[in-house]
Design a protein around this ligand. Structure first.
Ligand SMILES: Nc1ncnc2c1ncn2[C@@H]1O[C@H](COP(=O)(O)OP(=O)(O)OP(=O)(O)O)[C@@H](O)[C@H]1O
Length: 518
């Protein structure tokens, strides 16, 4: 025991944080050892983001203490001092989009009057090279990919001297190759003594990257253990407080339907709820045909640049097709018109809930009913009682953690905001629901419930389209079309294997390679 153990990268104890009547953190603690990769997991609303705010100096806790490398945390408001201790990298990086990478790296570090731009660029180049980040410092930050933005943020944090970095769902917008590169970089930095707190709803990533895991539930600390000593079932049990079910409940059944859905163009026009005929968008995807029948959930699988998201956005009218057409129940939908798509019965769950999904200052009830206000009272009036009643129903069926329908959406945790977006799309009882990565940021248990709700849309006789690269999202589909570089590369019935679908999304032709060596 005589070896000198370096002080913990961060140590927090007895942290209490209240928002009005809500106790977001109830005497919790966390200790991240130097050079460790420590996961923090918990259901939506468990308190993870609130802890991040406390550990980065954004919120002052009502009680408790935080220290970095054995020294008390800086005073509240001393941003410069906090930056030398800790940084948080979010899925959307916090860089200023209109400034160059070099400017972002040195933001607020120089007296503006004395900036020498050539020197600044050279320093930025050195700094990026030092941390092995392959990004041109003269590029506008807004033009970086999510992955590049995150690497720049990490380099920026390290250059301030921070040896502790929080990653809040960093993989949410990365494809498999991007996740690999991120993890490789993190392992490399870990070897140099940098510690990470990793927040993710993808439990497999916790097992792939982290050596320690802490679970919070309902604002309380439940357990901290070496990852190797906790099975997935035990982890889920700690998160939910219930014995874990063996598997996700919402697999599409392998039914008679399966054998009937081998072709994409064989459906008679009258039967399909949604049909794409030669649908194309220049630069995104080429002429695509498919039909979604009543009772069917269709998956549009694909990695980041595959065109699947653009296809989803074209179906809902956010983008205007450059060729072909979309039909709902045999009637053509006006291209490029969200209002027309909505009127035709297409419900939409967008990927980016902050930009496209919610009015943050408004209540849960108002947001959940944004598309149905014409149904909530006579002659265009909105009856508050009906709005609340509808919202209350959605809150319980989707298990939204909120103090009530009147709570502003801005006060909900990220995953619970996503559920409000889904509630809103369901409110109109769409004939076809188009959902883009519907479970992003949603915890394991809620994920199951949400996918069940999407499945339910089809089971009541309507239809759904799930645009995603998440295998769990795609498992509820009766049929999956995989896109690669804007083209359909493969199509699967519900009996696909993870390996086949992943290969297709990576651009490898499906089938015929069973048993091939990696
Ligand atoms: N500004 C705020 N005002 C009121 N309540 C808040 C505020 N911020 C968070 N809360 C509440 O605190 C609790 C914890 O939220 P937090 O965002 O920390 O959860 P989380 O674990 O990060 O969830 P998710 O996985 O969904 O991101 C939630 O009940 C949330 O509604």
């Amino acid at each position: 025991m005589s070896e000198a153990v370096p002080p913990a990268a961060v140590h927090a104890e007895g942290i209490v944080k209240r928002f009005g009547a809500t106790v977001a953190l109830d005497r919790v603690g966390i200790t991240v050892a130097a050079g460790d990769s420590h996961a923090l997991v918990g259901r939506n609303g468990a308190g993870k983001s609130t802890l991040v705010s406390v550990l980065t100096g954004l919120h002052t806790p009502d009680a408790g203490r935080v220290s970095f490398q054995g020294e008390p945390a800086p005073a509240a408001g001393d941003t410069a001092a906090w930056q030398t201790k800790v940084a948080c990298v979010y899925q959307k990086s916090m860089v200023v989009p209109d400034l160059t990478v070099a400017e972002n790296l040195f933001l607020n570090r120089f007296d503006r009057g004395r900036i020498r731009w050539s020197a600044l660029r050279a320093r930025a180049r050195d700094l990026l090279a030092e941390y092995g980040v392959d990004v041109d410092p003269t590029v506008r930050a807004g033009d970086l990919t999510v992955e590049q933005g995150q690497f720049v943020e990490i380099a920026r944090a390290l250059s301030f001297g921070a040896r502790f970095i929080i990653l809040d769902e960093p993989t949410a917008q990365l494809d498999a190759a991007g996740i690999d590169r991120l993890f490789t970089k993190l392992r490399e930095l870990q070897r140099q003594g940098v510690a990470f707190l990793f927040i993710s709803h993808h439990l497999q990533e916790v097992y792939d990257l982290c050596s320690t895991v802490t679970v919070y539930r309902d604002a309380r600390h439940v357990v901290t253990a070496p990852v190797a000593e906790l099975s997935k079932a035990e982890l889920v049990e700690a998160m939910t407080g219930e014995a874990a079910k063996a598997e996700l409940a919402w697999h599409a059944k392998r039914s008679a339907r399966d054998t009937a859905t081998t072709g994409v163009t064989d459906t008679a026009a009258g039967e399909a709820v949604l049909r794409a005929e030669g649908l194309a968008l220049d630069g995104a995807f080429e002429s695509i045909d498919f039909a979604v029948r009543p009772g069917e959930v269709l998956g549009l699988a694909g990695a980041t640049a595959s065109g699947n998201t653009a296809l989803g956005e074209t179906l809902v009218g956010l983008r205007k097709a450059s060729g072909g057409r979309t039909l709902v129940a045999g009637r053509a939908v006006r291209p490029g018109s969200v209002a027309h798509a909505l009127g035709a019965g297409i419900g939409y769950v967008p990927e980016d809930r902050h930009r496209q999904g919610l009015v943050l200052g408004r209540s849960v009830a108002e947001n959940a009913t944004l598309t149905v206000t014409d149904q909530l009272g006579p002659y265009g009036t909105v009856l508050p009682s009906r709005t609340r009643e509808f919202a209350q129903r959605m809150i319980s069926s989707l298990d939204i953690k909120t103090s009530g329908p009147g709570q502003p959406v801005a006060d909900l945790s990220g995953g619970n905001q996503q559920k409000v977006v889904i509630a809103r799309a369901l409110a109109r009882e769409p004939r076809v629901l188009v959902a883009v990565r519907p479970t992003a940021g949603v915890d394991v248990k809620s994920k199951d419930a949400l996918l069940g709700v999407v499945r339910g849309v089809a089971d009541r006789g309507d239809a759904a389209v799930i645009v995603s690269d998440e295998l769990d999202d795609l498992r509820v589909c009766d049929r999956v079309i995989a896109l690669f570089h804007g083209r359909v590369i493969a199509e699967f019935g519900s009996g696909w294997t993870d390996r086949d679908l992943v290969s297709a999304m990576e651009g490898l032709p499906a089938g015929g390679d069973e048993g091939a060596e990696e």
